[in-house]
Each structure stands twice: as structure tokens, then as C-alpha cells.
Design a protein. Structure first.
Length: 114
């Protein structure tokens, strides 16, 4: 499957994007960005849902990501999709230096359409 980039657009331009990659049955969310003026409108939720759906269709069964320890909004979003803490990367982020929380979610198999 490789790298996948999804972009959400509206009348005012780009509302957000998500970048993920998958190899065999494992996926990773590399980046999710939604500008401040587009947050709390379902853009991030929609992008994550679309990427996870695409991963599932490609046979991905688990997805990982790293998120800043202090980014409670993003952690809350990911937890709504079943992501759970599985580890920590010390001093992973720079500017400012901060730990990353590693999250993982299982993806149910997609039933083939008849």
C-alpha cells in the first residue's frame, strides 16, 4: 500500500490532511494537521476514519502512531477510534523537547462486498 495522503477541502481551501503508511498488516499514522480555525468541526475525525477504512480494505490489522504527551485533544480523538497507550519515546519531539506517547489500535477485518 505504501504512503497515503488524504486532504479535506472546503470553500475556504484546505481544512486538514492526514498522512499514513502501511506495510503488510501494520499501518502508521505519520501526521494529522487541522488548522485552528477548522478544529472542532469533525475534520480530524473524518480524516482518521477515512484512513482507517482505507487501511482495513488493504488488510491492515493494527495501526500505530506517536503523539505529544501534552496533546490531550489529539489523544482524545485517537481514543475514540480505540487507540490505547502501548509505550513511550523519551524526548522524541523537539521545540519543545517532549516525550511521545505511542498509541495502537486494532482494525477489524472488512467483509468483502458481494
Amino acid at each position: 500500500m505504501g504512503v497515503q495522503i488524504l486532504v479535506a477541502e472546503g470553500d475556504s481551501g484546505v481544512l486538514g490532511y492526514i498522512v499514513g503508511r502501511a506495510v503488510r498488516d501494520q499501518g502508521e499514522i505519520l501526521n494529522l494537521g487541522v488548522p485552528l480555525n477548522a478544529r472542532r468541526r469533525g475534520v480530524g475525525t473524518s480524516l482518521v476514519r477515512q484512513l482507517l477504512t482505507s487501511f482495513a480494505a488493504a488488510g491492515v490489522r493494527e495501526v500505530f502512531l506517536e503523539v505529544r504527551e501534552s496533546n490531550f485533544a489529539a489523544q482524545g480523538l485517537y481514543r475514540t477510534f480505540g487507540f490505547q497507550d502501548v509505550g513511550r519515546r523519551r524526548r522524541y519531539y523537539r521545540r519543545p523537547v517532549e516525550d511521545a506517547v505511542i498509541l495502537r489500535a486494532a482494525i477489524p477485518a472488512v467483509e468483502p462486498s458481494a
